[in-house]
Write a protein that binds this ligand. Sequence first.
Ligand code: 13P
Length: 251
Amino acid sequence: MRKNIVAGNWKMNTTLQEGIALAEEVNEALAGRKANCDVVICVPFTHLASIAAKINQEKLGLGAENCADHEKGAYTGEVSAPMVASTGATYVILGHSERRQYYGETAETLRAKVALALENKLTPIFCIGEVLEERENNKHFDVVKAQIEEGLFNLSAEDFGKIILAYEPVWAIGTGKTATADQAEEIHAFIRKTVAEKYGQEVADNTSILYGGSCKPSNAKELFAKPDVDGGLIGGAALKCADFMGIVDAF
Ligand code: 13P
């Protein structure tokens, strides 16, 4: 059966020194706890190798926030999936709405990134989600379905089984405006149905679908109690160990 997962997305926050200190604090907090979910932190590229050396990855998974759509070569400033894997990280966030919006990521680039991540044994945390206008026009189901179909449905069932999905409504990211638990459940159930129609019920039932967007200790329990919400992808609240642990403890 699918895993419950709480994953932090640090985005472009913390210096290396601050990041190491935060990772050590989270690592320490988990050492003294029996978490009822997998816990992952996704951190800036510059921090990966240092943090990998400091944490116990049996209790705290480590991931990048992106990777390149090419394996290597003349792509100045890019960081490849093999480079990420060589740091000791085992996860990678792909298709975050900030990358789709600000850096022009398309379904085509995302398919290449997913393929390279899987080839390098990185687990993709693949993000989908609609903007406010799309929700207001009742287009969110179509938008999310298209993002999954175009980004992932080229995969074999076996490879799809390695993907973690994260539903993040863009209007809830960093705004303090969370989707209600019922809104989250409605679309998570729809996402699972979409996966079942393509790959069958068993694959769908084994797929973890995380919710992201202003998730915090005070609303995590209600969100995670929903049958199709299998955890969270946490932005702001992942930058404070106590808040992040408050969300982990919601399971
Ligand atoms: P916030 O939790 O800060 O709203 O960010 C959510 C997010 O984008 C995680 O990827």
